[in-house]
Design a binder for this molecule. Structure first.
Ligand SMILES: [Zn+2]
Length: 157
């Protein structure tokens, strides 16, 4: 596939289709990949919200952000609205994940009950992908600095 960013690669996984992997090691806070694509008004399971009603769609440009999967114990987070950065130190070959609650407060029709189930397998798995305003306070604190800024402007005042 076309991928100009050599920080990451896409690989088929056993249980959840294609996912994004680290092509080198990253230190906490380091830039990994920019999610890019046209701005759309309807969400899909691949879009990244940048406000409550606008989304970046990585699919038409085959941006690797479309393969970024959720984990309740993520190793990456979001700076600004579309920059994926390391939330922990990451080793080469590890899958890159964010917590979708770092970018979403309200899902659209794409989020069927089936799609909303989390199978990340982490010991702290919440069972659902969840959303920012429903996160427990201590997780919000843990994610501080790694959450889409549009959520903070509206919801944390
Ligand atoms: Zn989970």
């Amino acid at each position: 596939m076309r991928n100009l960013n050599t920080n990451v690669y896409v690989k088929q996984t056993k249980h959840k289709g294609k996912a994004l992997f680290a092509n080198r090691s990253f230190k906490k806070g380091e830039f990994i990949v920019l999610i890019a694509g046209p701005t759309v008004t309807k969400s899909t399971i691949y879009t990244i919200p940048i406000t409550f009603s606008l989304f970046i769609d990585p699919v038409p440009v085959n941006n690797s952000g479309r393969y970024l999967c959720h984990s309740c114990d993520p190793n990456a987070g979001i700076k600004q609205r579309t920059m994926v950065v390391a939330f922990k130190n990451i080793k080469r070959g590890e899958e890159i994940t964010i917590d979708y609650a770092m970018i979403v407060d309200k899902y659209g029709e794409e989020m069927t009950p089936e799609n909303n189930l989390c199978k990340c397998g982490s010991k702290d798995c919440r069972g659902k992908l969840g959303s920012w305003s429903k996160l427990p306070h201590e997780i919000k604190e843990k994610y501080r600095g790694f959450v889409s800024e549009y959520l903070l402007h509206k919801l944390q005042q």
